[in-house]
Design a protein around this ligand. Structure first.
Ligand SMILES: [Ca+2]
Length: 331
């Protein structure tokens, strides 16, 4: 209900802060950077257009798909351009407080303060940018950013709404390739767990993880618990839940129209529809044995449907069973 409004108002505030920080960031690129990685010898700067596409459909992710309060959607995108010694987030490492707040609530303030502090302290961050939220599981957001030879790395995050502490993103992607800038890059994105909230499903109530876990990738079999919203034991791999396209553009203020026909996503690896098998409860205890005195009778037990099948998943088994019995007490 309020989520949409909160996302919108925070995105407006975010732009003001970003403008301020970019202003503060002037001159940062002239400061020394570490020399333990191959230097990027490409021309000084390059400008990119980033297109984020949500692929979070009910067809691909039928289990517990959030349809209301709030429906499946994406937060703002928060991105950073930086040198190799900075990490916005890293798999198998602990999330910072800023990453935690963003992964849990889509709130970017603390994260942006951390990025700003890193820029001042170790001169590893050149810029921070954002793209507006996507109101739906599918749909696109676009933004542009600039990289420098000394700050050629991109990292970003987008929070899944609703979710306990789940996000997608890119960690330390180098746009420089020796002496030139990469022209077109498309990356498939998969969900990550920030390790700070133990909720299993998209709409789980807050449940802080104590002690904090490391950031891990969520797969169709991990966490290995049937209650998890991404647990699909029939799938070897989850389909990508989002994609990002990075396209080098001419450094002008004109909007360059993207010819998306030139960029081939590798969609054929994945089924469009993820089968979801029926899940039923355990059997109830056997009921009363109904019979006439001296005769054998029948008794019943039942079970109920926990999850209805979807997309050609296995149908539900029988929900009621009967067997012969002999009454203990004959009146
Ligand atoms: Ca978690």
């Amino acid at each position: 209900m309020n989520t949409t409004r909160n996302i919108l108002s925070s995105s407006v505030a975010l732009y003001h802060l970003i403008v301020m920080m970019l202003t503060l960031g002037q001159g940062v690129h002239s400061l020394p950077v570490p020399t333990d990685v191959p230097m990027c010898t490409a021309s000084e700067t390059a400008q990119y257009r980033l297109t984020f596409s949500g692929k979070w459909t009910q067809a691909a992710f039928p289990k517990q798909y959030p349809v209301y309060r709030p429906p499946a959607q994406w937060s703002n995108l928060i991105g950073v351009t930086h040198s190799s010694d900075y990490h916005m987030w890293q798999r198998n490492e602990f999330a910072s407080n800023g990453v935690r707040e963003f992964a849990e609530k889509g709130e970017a303030w603390t994260l942006m303060k951390e990025v700003e502090a890193a820029g001042e302290r170790i001169q590893s961050v050149y810029g921070i940018f954002s793209a507006p939220a996507v109101m739906g599981g599918t749909g696109q957001m676009n933004t542009e950013f600039e990289v420098f030879a000394r700050h050629s790395y991109l990292s970003f995050m987008v929070h899944l709404v609703p979710s306990p502490d789940w996000f997608v993103g890119v960690e330390n992607f180098d746009l420089c390739d020796g002496d030139h800038w990469k022209e077109n890059v498309s990356l498939e994105l998969f969900p990550f767990d920030a390790g700070t909230d133990s909720g299993f499903t998209f709409s789980s109530p807050n449940f802080e993880t104590i002690p904090q876990d490391k950031i891990t990738q969520i797969t169709s079999s991990f966490p290995s618990h049937p209650a998890n919203s991404f647990y699909y034991p029939r799938l070897k791999h989850l389909p990508p839940i989002a994609k990002v396209m990075l396209t080098k553009i001419k450094k002008t203020n004109q909007i360059i129209s993207l010819n998306s026909n030139n960029i081939l996503f590798n969609t054929h690896k994945y089924q469009k529809y993820t089968p979801l098998d029926c899940e039923v409860s355990v059997w109830s205890p056997w009921g009363l044995c109904k019979s006439k005195c001296g005769d054998s009778g029948v008794q019943h037990r039942t079970r109920y449907i926990i999850m209805h099948p979807a997309n050609n998943g296995l149908a539900c088994p029988l929900l009621e069973e009967e067997r012969k019995c002999f009454p203990d007490n004959c009146l």
